[in-house]
Design a binder for this molecule. Structure first.
Ligand SMILES: Cc1cc2nc3c(=O)[nH]c(=O)nc-3n(C[C@H](O)[C@H](O)[C@H](O)COP(=O)(O)OP(=O)(O)OC[C@H]3O[C@@H](n4cnc5c(N)ncnc54)[C@H](O)[C@@H]3O)c2cc1C
Length: 470
């Protein structure tokens, strides 16, 4: 959607309606990580769910580009909804990741001070972590930091360890949540922009670019368009103010230079520039924090990428000899508030889960638990399914066997990332097949490596012609 709603009940139209589906207990607008987690939580409550996404595939918005850190909340605003959601989400991820075959890299993190001004803030960081219930955060000696991270530049003046900040797979996790919801009957409508909605006192008739959807309750999880969608139900009490974050991805040898997540001393606006590995085997540097007007496509800029490179190579000098594989940018769905907006509007049979800004990958399962509780207290008692169906995700992480490591992997299509033809074919079938090239990349890692698809794009196009034609 590219324009603001004119009358609060109609959003920009995206095309002809052709589909009519069964009424649902709940329609969730937006299949980012938050919408997928909510779909899972409500489907596991025995509710009939339809998840509606305007993009050709799920994760078309903020959730496609982040740092993939599972945060403890040590530095989150004390007493905030965000902190509660992050900590509940963190705990649930730890509880379910093995059953869904999702990775967890227990790297820990270090907040490093490089100036005396930053050193002066370290005790406050520890105190805040304790206030937030993250009791294992503590100062460590610089000599200990150097022992743990020998490739780090000399000159650090102080450090705090955050042992339970971890890394996860940002794409397989939401896909697993959506698939588990579908295993319990949830329907996922993609390429279905919500354009209008009418409340008839008992429920909602939602107009999408693919047809009408009826639902008793609507959940707004529309991320960067959360305020536009909110205007379908009420005057939006928040405005989305997208905050862009740009990243550099260093080539695989860089990953050997660091064990933990390297965090700067944060300021009021941003956590600052982070250096960390990715579970796909690279080293990531970013994100920036820039207020922008764009909501759809995050662009990178030369000056910010240059700045990231300078920061990275100052902190980790050996990066000067390592090439950059890719650059990308993401948009945080921030609002004018310093917190998430997770609330029910009972007389409109509406739940808002918006403004899930910098921490939603971690918090998604926690936000979903909050939505589940709001649903139960306003719209009906839960009927939890007795035994959840478990989904086993194909592993994309470097530390565990992947398709290519099997006894007979068959043809290899992407040699940079080691992606087999069989993995690509598997991603094109099933209940939620890749629906565009980005979706295929997120399901397999194909074309994500050193050559960025230069060598394998033609083969990928032959295997998935519908995904590469507009
Ligand atoms: C630079 C950066 C770094 C980050 N790092 C981390 C991190 O390390 N750890 C962490 O936990 N979090 C991190 N995050 C935060 C996390 O990525 C976001 O909080 C999260 O993706 C927000 O998810 P969402 O589902 O609310 O929004 P989105 O992903 O934007 O999902 C909303 C969906 O709604 C759809 N939609 C919108 N309007 C309509 C409509 N009218 N009809 C139908 N569908 C619609 C969109 O297409 C979109 O797919 C980071 C974010 C950024 C940008």
């Amino acid at each position: 959607m590219s324009s603001r709603p004119s009358d609060g009940t109609r959003l920009a139209s995206h095309g002809a309606a052709s589909l009519t589906i069964e009424p649902a207990d709940v329609a969730i607008i937006g299949a980012g990580v938050v919408g997928c987690a909510i779909a899972r939580a409500l489907a596991l409550e025995g509710l009939s769910v339809v998840l509606i996404e305007r993009g050709r595939d799920i994760l078309s918005g903020a959730s496609k580009a982040n740092s993939a850190i599972l945060h403890t909340g040590f530095d989150a605003p004390t007493g905030s909804v965000e902190l509660r959601a992050m900590q509940a989400g963190y705990d649930e991820y730890l509880a379910i990741h093995e059953s869904l075959n999702l990775p967890l890299w227990k790297t820990g993190a270090h907040v490093v001070a490089w100036t005396e001004t930053e050193v002066a803030k370290l005790d406050a960081i520890v105190a805040k972590a304790r206030a937030n219930g993250v009791a294992d955060v503590a100062r460590i000696e610089v000599a200990e930091l150097s022992r743990r991270e020998p490739a780090l530049a000399r000159g650090a003046l102080g450090a705090v360890q955050v042992p339970r900040e971890f890394l996860i797979d940002p794409w397989s996790a939401p896909l697993a949540y959506a698939l588990q919801a579908m295993a319990h009957g949830a329907r996922v409508l993609r390429d279905a922009a919500v354009t209008a909605a009418r409340f008839d006192g008992d429920g909602w008739v939602i107009e999408t670019s693919r047809g009408m959807v009826r639902a008793s309750v609507v959940v707004n999880a529309a991320g960067l368009f959360g305020d536009h969608v909110e205007a379908l139900a009420r005057t939006s009490p928040f405005a989305i103010r997208p905050r862009r974050g740009q990243f550099l991805v260093y080539d695989k040898p860089a990953a050997a230079l660091m064990q933990s997540i390297l965090l700067p001393v944060p300021n009021e606006r941003t956590k600052g520039i982070v250096l960390c590995r990715t579970v796909y085997g690279n080293l990531l540097v970013g994100p920036t924090a820039e207020e922008v007007d764009e909501r759809e496509n995050a662009t990178t800029t030369e000056d910010q990428l240059r700045m990231l490179r300078e920061v990275a190579e100052t902190r980790l000098p050996a990066l000067r000899d390592i090439q950059i594989t890719a650059t990308y940018a993401g948009l945080r769905p921030a609002t004018e508030r310093q917190d998430y907006v997770v609330e029910a509007v009972p007389d409109r049979r509406w739940i808002t889960a918006c403004g899930i800004r910098s921490t939603g990958l971690t918090a998604s399962l926690g936000v979903a638990a909050m939505v589940r509780a709001l649903y139960a207290s306003h719209f009906g008692p839960p009927r939890p399914v007795p035994t959840p169906h478990l989904i086993r995700m194909p592993n994309l992480a470097e530390d565990r066997p992947r398709g290519i490591d099997g006894p007979a992997p068959g043809a290899i299509i992407c040699h940079c990332e080691g992606v087999t033809r069989r993995e690509i074919e598997a991603a094109l079938i099933g209940p939620l097949p890749a629906a565009d090239l980005g979706g295929l990349k997120r399901r397999t890692r194909v074309m994500m490596g050193r050559c960025q698809g230069f060598y394998c794009a033609a083969q990928v196009a032959a295997l998935a012609p519908k995904l590469v034609t507009p």
